[in-house]
Design a protein around this ligand. Structure first.
Ligand SMILES: [Zn+2]
Length: 414
């Protein structure tokens, strides 16, 4: 075995809400037999409405450090917590976004910042709820925010744009933003939550007469810029169209399981050649290994078969999952993967070849063992954007980041 056998491309994390890490483990208390996505959302809003820019920076830096230590080397932050809660600022509200950017620099992770347009409480356009006030922009203020934040790009940070969901963005506003981006010749990743819950699909069908993914296909050119996050509840037609599309499906199996959303039709989607990546979303779990394992195991449980995620070209399930999630994730983040041996600053991880789960295994079994065996973190070293940020399992800025996180979480839990 050569040392190269233990090197893997870094994993892009294509969907994260960093502030929700502060809530991890605090929404697992049963409050009746009706707990679901919507009851969880109430708890999440409580957290969203308390957090300050300084606390967000501290929580996000800790989270991004944990991402790096587990093998994520870049993250797409789906950022809708725009306003500080201290009244409207004079210019575009960038304080919270700047906190996320600073956190990514503290940790040394690649960042694709996705400012999110959030306008309404539901499909028929009702005024946002009071607890959604920090998320809200209209089309003009959203475009100003995008233009302002675009000036922050550079180094290991780029930008995209996101629509929260069809529930939170009227169709005409979504189309207007897309038209203006095209007019201004802005070619960037575009993300949206879609078809995450049955309730959302039913409400969309009731309002538009079309399911959410169908509405997108009828109204928008779903090309390689797009990342459709979740896409849990799909018709056969939608699975077929998505699998042939150049877009990426953003799968977040631990969050989808944690929230009781449902299981994506991965086996059908793969048979059509679909592209996918993984995201830690609510950050209840921060581990690409756990996302990929859940993705495969969910399919095994509903199909009563084994080794779903594989092809004739790549029959090793762990290898297939890691490589395809990495390339799909890179597309969703609008980045290239700078693997060993390619041009550009490397994003890679080095596994611990001395660990009993990897030691002595042939090269073609190493990624399978990494993805499926045990719960130890087998990542030893991580390079992100060409810099070593994790050495021997420890982050280079671990003490500072942890100290600031502990202070922030203590304040938030008071
Ligand atoms: Zn999300």
């Amino acid at each position: 075995m050569s040392p190269e056998d233990y090197i893997l491309p870094g994993m892009p994390n294509l969907h994260s809400h960093a502030f929700q890490r502060a809530l991890a483990g605090q929404a697992e208390l049963a409050t009746g037999n009706k707990d679901d996505f919507w009851s969880w959302r109430g708890k999440m809003y409580h957290c969203a409405n308390r957090i300050t820019p300084d606390q967000l920076r501290a929580v996000a830096a800790q989270l991004f450090m944990e991402m790096l230590k587990s093998g994520y080397t870049s993250v797409a932050e789906f950022h809708y917590l725009h306003h500080t809660g201290q009244g409207q600022s004079a210019g575009p509200p960038t304080e919270m976004a700047d906190a996320v950017i600073a956190a990514s620099e503290d940790a040394g992770i690649g960042l694709t910042l996705l400012p999110v347009l959030y306008m309404t409480a539901d499909f028929d356009g009702p005024e946002p709820l009071p607890e959604q006030a920090r998320f809200i922009n209209d089309v003009d203020s959203f475009l100003s925010l995008l233009a302002c934040l675009r000036g922050r790009q550079g180094g290991n940070m780029n930008m995209g744009a996101a629509f929260h969901s069809l529930r939170a963005v009227p169709g005409r506003s979504l189309l207007e933003v897309l038209r203006i981006l095209t007019e201004e010749d802005i070619d960037c990743p575009i993300h949206i939550h879609i078809a995450e819950t049955r309730k959302e699909v039913e409400a969309c069908t009731g309002f538009y007469g079309l399911t959410p993914v169908r509405w997108l296909f009828e109204n928008v050119d779903i090309d390689r810029r797009w990342c459709l996050v979740h896409a849990t509840h799909l018709t056969d037609w939608e699975v077929g169209k998505l699998s042939m599309s150049e877009c990426v499906i953003g799968l977040c199996p631990t969050t989808e399981a944690n929230l009781g959303d449902g299981i994506f039709r991965f086996a059908d989607f793969l048979s059509g050649g679909g592209k996918f990546g993984i995201g830690s979303d609510s950050n209840i779990s921060v581990s690409p290994v756990e996302e990929l394992r859940w993705l495969e195991y969910g399919q095994r449980l509903i199909t009563n078969r084994r080794n779903i995620s594989a092809t004739g070209d790549e029959p090793h399930v762990g290898t297939f999952l890691w490589e395809n999630a990495a390339s799909g994730g890179a597309r969703a983040l609008g980045c290239k993967i700078h693997s060993p041996g390619t041009e550009g600053p490397a994003d890679l991880l080095v596994l611990n070849g001395e660990h009993p789960l990897l030691y002595g295994k042939p090269a073609h079994e190493i990624t399978d063992s990494f993805v499926f065996s045990g719960n130890d973190n087998l990542v030893r070293d991580v390079k992100a954007g060409g810099k070593w940020v994790v050495r021997d399992g420890a982050h280079v800025n671990e003490q500072d980041i942890s100290a600031r996180y502990k202070k922030a979480i203590k304040e938030l839990n008071q």
